[in-house]
Design a protein around this ligand. Structure first.
Ligand SMILES: NC(=O)c1ccc[n+]([C@@H]2O[C@H](COP(=O)([O-])OP(=O)(O)OC[C@H]3O[C@@H](n4cnc5c(N)ncnc54)[C@H](OP(=O)(O)O)[C@@H]3O)[C@@H](O)[C@H]2O)c1
Length: 280
C-alpha cells in the first residue's frame, strides 16, 4: 500500500464521513474510519474499512486512536479528514456554559487535539494533507445557530493559522465549506436541541416551534440540498491534486454567501442573513 494513500476519517457512522470513507476506499485508499457506537464500528469493518473508536469529547480515545493508527502504519500517515461533529441549535442567550462547552469539545478541541497528534506522523511521511470539514456557517453567521457558528468560525481560524505555519513543510491544510447536505445532521441537531435547550420557557419559544417543524420535515424541503458525494468530490481534489486549494465551497448557498460576505457592507449582509436564518 502506498503510504501516500492512507487516511484517517472521523465521524464515519453516517452522512459525509461514511460516504467519503467508502468513496476513498473505492479509489484505492487505505481508510481508517472512526465511529463511536459498537454497531457502527462493526458495520464499517463489514464494508472493508479499518474501523477505530474515537469520540472527540474523550481525550483518551483520541490518544488511543492515534497510537493504533501509528502502530498499523509504521508511524506514517498521509491524510486526516476531520469531519465528525454535531450542530447545537438555540439562541445565544439560551446556551448554558456547559452546552457551549460540549459543542466546542466535539467540534473544536477534539479536532485540534487529533490534528496536533497526527502531524508528527505526516512529518515522518515527508508529506501530508489535513482537510477540515467546516461549513457555510464558518463563513457567515445565522440566528439560532450561535454555538455551531462559533465552533466552525474557530475551526476556520485555527486551520487558516495552521496552513500558514505549515507552509513549506509538505503538509497542506484545506477547508471544505458545505452548505446543506443530505445526512443525519438534522436528526442529530433535533436531538441536541430538545435535550439541551429549555424550549418551553424560552422567550424564543414561537421561533423554536417553527424550527422544530422544519427539523421534523414538516415544511418544504431545502431545494439546495446536495448528496454527500458533493463533498467527496472536493475531498478527492484536496487529497490527490498536487495543488490542493485552501478552501472548497460546496452547494450554491455557500458560493453565494462567500461572495455576499466579501462584497456587502455589514448592515446589508445582516438584513440578508436575518431573512435567510428563518427561511431554511
Ligand atoms: N449536513 C450538512 O448540511 C452539513 C453542512 C455543512 C457542514 N457539515 C459538516 O459535515 C460534517 C459531517 O456531518 P454530516 O452532515 O455527515 O452529519 P451526520 O450524518 O450527523 O454525521 C456526523 C458524524 O459525526 C459524528 N460525531 C458527532 N459527535 C462526535 C464526537 N463527539 N466525536 C466523534 N464523532 C462525532 C457522528 O457520530 P455518531 O453517529 O456517533 O453521533 C457522525 O458519524 C460535520 O462536521 C458537519 O458540521 C454538514
Amino acid at each position: 500500500m502506498n503510504a501516500n494513500r492512507t487516511i484517517l476519517i472521523t465521524g464515519c457512522s453516517s452522512g459525509i464521513g461514511r460516504t467519503c470513507a467508502l468513496g476513498l476506499k473505492a479509489r484505492g485508499w487505505r481508510v481508517f474510519a472512526t465511529a463511536r457506537k459498537p454497531e457502527d464500528l462493526k458495520a464499517l469493518e463489514a464494508e472493508g474499512l479499518e474501523a477505530l473508536y474515537l469520540d472527540y469529547a474523550d481525550p483518551q480515545s483520541v490518544e488511543d486512536c492515534v497510537r493504533e493508527v501509528a502502530e498499523r502504519t509504521e508511524g506514517r500517515l498521509f491524510a486526516l479528514f476531520n469531519n465528525g461533529a454535531y450542530g447545537q441549535l438555540g439562541a445565544v442567550e439560551d446556551l448554558s456554559r456547559e452546552v457551549l462547552r460540549a459543542q466546542f469539545e466535539a467540534n473544536v478541541f477534539g479536532w485540534h487535539d487529533l490534528t496536533r497528534r497526527i502531524i508528527p506522523l505526516m512529518r515522518a511521511n515527508g508529506a501530508g494533507r489535513i482537510v477540515q470539514n467546516s461549513s457555510v456557517l464558518g463563513i457567515v453567521a445565522m440566528k439560532w445557530r450561535g454555538a455551531y457558528n462559533a465552533s466552525k468560525f474557530a475551526i476556520e481560524g485555527l486551520s487558516d493559522t495552521l496552513r500558514l505555519e505549515l507552509r513549506g513543510s509538505g503538509i497542506h491544510v484545506s477547508i471544505i465549506e458545505p452548505g446543506p447536505i443530505w445526512s443525519k445532521f438534522v436528526e442529530s441537531a433535533l436531538r441536541h436541541f430538545q435535550e439541551n435547550i429549555d424550549i418551553e420557557h424560552s422567550r424564543y419559544r414561537a421561533v423554536y416551534e417553527r424550527r422544530l417543524k422544519r427539523l421534523r420535515g414538516e415544511t418544504k424541503p431545502n431545494p439546495f440540498k446536495l448528496p454527500p458525494e458533493a463533498v467527496l468530490k472536493k475531498l478527492v481534489h484536496a487529497l490527490e491534486s498536487p495543488r490542493p486549494k485552501p478552501k472548497y465551497h460546496v452547494t450554491l448557498p455557500t458560493h453565494l454567501m462567500a461572495i455576499l460576505r466579501r462584497v456587502l457592507p455589514w448592515r446589508v449582509l445582516d438584513l440578508v442573513l436575518d431573512k435567510a436564518s428563518d427561511s431554511n
